[in-house]
Design a protein around this ligand. Structure first.
Ligand code: SF4
Length: 81
């Protein structure tokens, strides 16, 4: 869940390019795989679990750590729905 906090000023988030998949034709693995520049074969094949990272934050990504994300073997992919 993402709840914006008005008291925090921060930089804007980088938008994810591409088009959101149709809800009735979601990819098999991570739902962001077709649009994520960090996508790996694992992201295409498996859906990451929802994991709590703090009292009020949860994530669903195989590579939440920046160093791990940058060192993973990422692919230029085409996902078929
Ligand atoms: S890196 Fe994370 S967000 Fe990107 S496709 Fe893989 S699991 Fe999804």
């Amino acid at each position: 869940m993402s709840i914006p906090r008005l008291e925090n000023e921060s930089d804007r988030l980088d938008p994810i390019p591409g088009v959101v998949p149709h809800p009735l034709a979601l990819p098999k693995g991570c739902k962001f795989a077709p649009r994520c520049k960090y996508c790996t074969q694992k992201c295409i094949d498996e859906e990451p679990e929802l994991v709590s990272i703090s009292d009020d934050q949860m994530i669903r990504c195989f590579y939440p750590d920046k160093e791990e994300r940058n060192s993973a073997e990422h692919k230029e992919i085409t996902v078929n729905y």
